[in-house]
Design a protein around this ligand. Structure first.
Ligand SMILES: *[C@@H]1O[C@H](CO)[C@@H](O)[C@H](O)[C@H]1NC(C)=O
Length: 159
């Protein structure tokens, strides 16, 4: 299920005013207003399904289905990204040269700025892009070190 999202950020004015504080890098908690009747407000996701303007969501199940679809897309993107991370090892001669903190810092800064520009919650972008960068280092080091084993193994193998 792939939707063309549009007007994704057109939230009801009241919801926007109350929830802006959740889009920064440090989320600000307001006094608890728990135990409100649900669902509150009106559906806020607007997209085009086969050219027909559609609104979501009427149930938590609908939301979970959409989240599962999005997670599948993220996994596909992570697969592509990991392939390029692996490719980067071709340009690195030692395991120690894999991690380039200044590059990671620049990638994170750029993502945070884009998050602000696009309106993606910065707190989510910082945590996820940071985790992607941090977890890519041991992956890349693993490729480099096992490649070393493979090359030595091939060199040592009797013909
Ligand atoms: C990534 O690693 C850096 C350096 O160790 C650390 O400061 C940062 O908190 C980590 N980020 C995440 C999201 O784990």
């Amino acid at each position: 299920m792939h939707f063309l999202l549009f007007g994704f950020l057109i939230l009801p004015a009241i919801a926007t005013a109350n929830t802006d504080a959740c889009y920064g890098s440090n989320v600000i908690l307001a006094p608890s207003a728990d135990h409100r009747p649900v669902p509150w407000g009106t559906p806020s996701i607007h997209f085009s399904l086969n050219g027909i303007p559609t609104t979501c969501c009427d149930s938590i199940e609908e939301i979970r289905t959409a989240l599962d679809d999005i997670d599948d897309e993220i996994l596909g993107l992570l697969n592509r990204r990991a392939a390029y991370v692996r490719e980067a090892t071709r340009f690195k001669s030692t395991r120690e040269s894999v991690n380039v903190p200044s590059r990671n810092e620049a990638v994170l800064k750029r993502a945070e700025q884009q998050a602000v520009d696009i309106g993606v919650p910065v707190t989510i972008v910082r945590a996820t892009i940071g985790a992607i960068l941090n977890s890519s280092v041991p992956f890349e080091q693993c490729i480099v070190s096992n490649l070393g084993v493979l090359i030595r193994f091939e060199a040592d193998s009797p013909v």
